[in-house]
Structure formats: structure tokens, C-alpha cells
Write a protein that binds this ligand. Sequence first.
Ligand code: EPU
Length: 337
Amino acid sequence: MHIENHKSLKEFNTFGIDCKASHFVSVSSISELKEVLKAPQFKDPFILGGGSNILLTQDVDRPVIHVNLKGISEISETDNHIVLQVMAGENWHELVQYCLSKDYGGIENLSLIPGNTGTAPIQNIGAYGVELKDVFDSCTALNLESLEETVFSKADCKFEYRNSIFKQELKGKVIITSVNLRLTKNNHTLHTSYGAIQQMLEDSKITNPTIQDISEVVIAIRSSKLPDPKELGNSGSFFKNPVLNAEDFQNFRLQNPEAPFYEISATEFKIPAGWLIEKAGFKGKRFGEAGVHEKQALVLVNYGNAKGEEIWNLAQLIQSKVKEQFGIYIEPEVNVI
Ligand code: EPU
């Protein structure tokens, strides 16, 4: 194992924050991972995947293990479905492209989501009407203490909107090493109901879309409003969309009849945090090196040299203004370290 000391994590987080790790190791096999976890200097490690959902506000004084396990294999198939085993360090969007090249359907709506496959279950990534749980078969995770590997079924993972057991009870206790996805080989189920997808397909005069068409449309929509982390440091949606109960929602509606919303059930209503943040006056505003993206207020950006603390201060200012104006608490989606 190759241990590096005082390693800059700038290249390892999509916000591009220049914090340091006291000890850092990148592992590319499960045996190497187990060996590292047995080493005394790697007690209580911080596990790093694609770095697309973290905000580093200080140097990490815990040892950092970068999960770089690679490989995609076909585990089983029937006439209509295939189960792929994807190692945790595989880049998510490259996996989507691989599936499209093989005509495997199910994750085309999740095109261009930054990050790695192993971290996708942690927050049940989702976009344009599809969530990871819709194609999830199982995953394997290594217990940090016992070094035992356990298979988690979909039910075991307790998936919810941007949430799972790995963000709750098992936070910091296991490392996901691989994810099995169940995809369609033919008769793909297309998810085109998300407004902008339907519109763009119509504009492009595509009446009988393929999964490749859907991916292209999603890429076009995302690229038009979400900044590319390679050009402008960011972590996608910084906050979750808040969910209101029926009573709070009725009150909110009375005062904000023009607000968009999504009815989850008769008792749960999701309000776009981006809309709340825009109405609170933050969209496109810059505060030193930190800012709120001009095309999507849910995304906080690093203009180049922001300290994580600066971005976190801005996030807290936004939270308090939204609370003051609408009485709604918006919870960060990103893990603040
Ligand atoms: N809106 C505004 N102002 C803004 C942003 C949004 O008024 O600055 C309004 C839009 O007009 C629209 C509504 O909010 O009526 C929803 O906007 P959008 O379709 O862009 O989706 P979102 O709720 O802002 C969520 C996910 C995104 C995902 C999109 C598409 C969360 C926290 N975010 O955003 O996920 O790509 O839906 O499915 O659920 C991510 O998690 O990093 C991410 C980008």
C-alpha cells in the first residue's frame, strides 16, 4: 500500500476545495482494502468515493481511504434482463455510457450525474423521474470493524428520497464495494414524463425515442442548467427539496399560490428548494469566492479559491433567509465535513 501524508484533496472533491488529509491511500482491490483497514494508522477512516457529495470545511485529521475498485461484470441474465456487478470505484456516467453502448436500459435518465457507482446507493441518486432504487438489485459492503462482507438487498437498504441505511444507521460503519444493477435488454421502460424531457423530445421531433435519445436529452437539459464541476466547482444540489405535511403545505400554498410543487401523497408535498432560494433573492449572487449558480439556485459554486467554510457560511445564510421568509427548513443534501 502506498500511503501519502498531508495529501491535498483538491482533485478528489468536485467542489475543488484545497483541504489536506493527514494520511491518504487509494485502494484498487478488496484484499488491499482489508489490509489497509487492519493497519493501525487507518483506524476510524474517512471513506472517499467520487467526492461529488462532500463539502470539506477543514483539513481531514482522519486517515482517508480512496475507494478505487474497478470492473464491470455480467452476473446473470434472462431473455429480458441482465444483472451487472459494478465495482464501487467505477465512474457513474461512464457506466451509463457503457450500458447505452450495450443497449442496457434503466439508467439513461441518470446520465451525467457526477460521482462513483459505490456512492450512488448512499443517497439513492435520482434525476428526471428515476432513482437508483428503480434498477438496484443488491450491493456488497465491507464492515470496517469485522472486515466481513455482507450483501444488502433492496429492502435492506431502506431507500428513500436522497436517503438510505448507509446515510443513517450504517453511516461510517461500512464501505460499499460493489453494486448489482438489474437492467433491461429489450422492451425498455422509458421515463419521459418529466416536463423538460417531453418538451425537448417534441422540439427535436423524436416520436419514438430510444434509451440513447433519452440520455442525450437528459445531458442537454443538465448541461443547460448545472455547471460542469471541471469548470466551476460544485456538488450538484446542495440542499434537498423539503417535504411538507398537508397542513403546512396548505398554509404555504395560500401565501405562495405560484410556487411549483410535487404531490408525493395526500399528506406529503415536495417544494423545490431552488424556487425558495431564488425567491429569497440568492440566485446568481456571488459572495467572495462562493456563490449561487445563476441558472439553478439549488447549486452552490466555488469560483476558484473558496474555502469550504465560505461555502458553508453561504449555505447557512441561505437556510436562515429561507426559514425567515417561508418558515421552511432546508436540509443540506451534501455531507459537510
Ligand atoms: N426552480 C426555480 N429556480 C431555480 C431552480 C429551480 O424556480 O433556481 C424551480 C423550477 O422552475 C422547477 C422546479 O424548481 O419548477 C424544479 O426544478 P428542477 O426540475 O431543476 O429540479 P430540482 O428540484 O431543482 C431535482 C434534483 C436534481 C435533479 C432534478 C431533475 C434534488 C435535491 N435535486 O432538482 O438532482 O437533477 O430534480 O430530476 O432533488 C442533485 O441531486 O445533485 C441534482 C442535480
